[in-house]
Write a protein that binds this ligand. Structure first.
Ligand code: ZN
Length: 297
């Protein structure tokens, strides 16, 4: 971590002289309290002006900011809870952070909703290092979303995770919004994927008049759609092709009692997919491009 931070600070100094690297700043808004952690982390980059001249000349990129003490931070309670948590972990497991700093090797990729009530680690009792997490509104996997695809690719190809859990939840605001006609702005473009799921499964909603039941059914179907969408990526199919074990699971979290409902979606091979989605011999795009160029020549 220290090497990474140092690297970033060197880079910042080179590309932008207006950015100021401060090694002994009096402003330590992001450091753990020295009372709790004896080895304080040096602040390598401080966005605040370090001298009066810099402040007057307006060299900082963010204007009109003044240093304030930790006690006056609007997020003091969070910072204090963090310090307490760090202290507790130090006490119960003195080598935890030194081990954690070495590397991460999670075995599970979690794709869940951004909803503040569905905190991935908390609801399954996992600690730092156990889950590789991606969250977005209504836990979608859209094949033009480079963010989600990059997370899946890194998790599968580099971290070699064995399980991908798609966890939706009952009472999902994204599902609710997708079922109502009022426009909400930019997010409507994101939610249209959920409308597609509804339209493709319209007959399953016949006879269900209660709105909450309809939304909960759509939330479950949406998890199933995301499971399939992940399996339809060449990333996952390449992993299966080379013999790597990857299983994609569908879960639903109930916000009313905190329990998880396993939907029975568990896909572990291309044989479980609709044939039109199966790549005969999935390979990285650069290889395909190379092959095309050769064939033209
Ligand atoms: Zn949600």
């Amino acid at each position: 971590m220290f090497k990474l931070r140092a690297g970033i600070s060197v880079l910042l100094t080179k590309v932008s002289p207006s950015l100021n690297v401060v090694r002994n700043s009096s402003v330590r808004a992001f450091s753990v309290s020295p009372v709790i952690c004896k080895r304080t982390t040096p602040i390598l980059y401080n966005p605040l002006p370090s001298t009066e001249a810099e402040r007057v000349n307006g060299k900082q990129k963010i204007k009109n900011i003044e240093p304030y003490s930790r006690e006056k931070s609007p997020l003091t309670s969070l910072l204090n809870k963090n310090a307490k948590w760090s202290e507790d972990v130090h006490t119960s497991d003195p080598t935890f952070f030194s081990r954690s700093a070495q590397k991460q090797s999670p075995n599970i990729l979690w794709i869940g909703c951004s909803d503040s009530r569905v905190s991935a680690e908390q609801i399954v009792g996992a600690g730092p290092g156990e889950l590789f997490v991606h969250r977005n509104i209504a836990n979608l996997c859209i094949h033009t979303d480079l963010n989600c695809l990059s997370v899946i690719q890194y998790a599968v190809d580099v971290l070699k995770i064995e399980h991908i859990i798609v966890c939706g939840h009952y009472g999902c605001g994204g599902i609710n919004a997708a079922m109502h006609p009022e426009p909400l702005g930019l997010i409507d473009n994101w939610l249209v994927k959920i409308k597609d799921v509804y339209a493709a499964n319209k007959e399953k909603f016949e006879g269900i008049n209660d709105q909450k039941s309809r939304e909960d059914l759509l939330a479950e179907l949406n998890v199933g759609d995301t499971v399939q969408s992940i399996c339809h990526t060449a990333i996952v199919q390449q992993a299966w092709k080379r013999g790597q074990k990857v299983s994609v699971h569908g879960w639903m979290y109930e916000v009313e009692d905190g329990l998880i409902n396993e939907l029975g979606w568990c896909v572990s091979s291309s044989e479980q997919l609709e044939s039109v989605y199966v790549y005969e011999n999935p390979r990285p795009l650069k290889h395909q491009r190379h092959k095309n160029i050769e064939s033209k020549e």
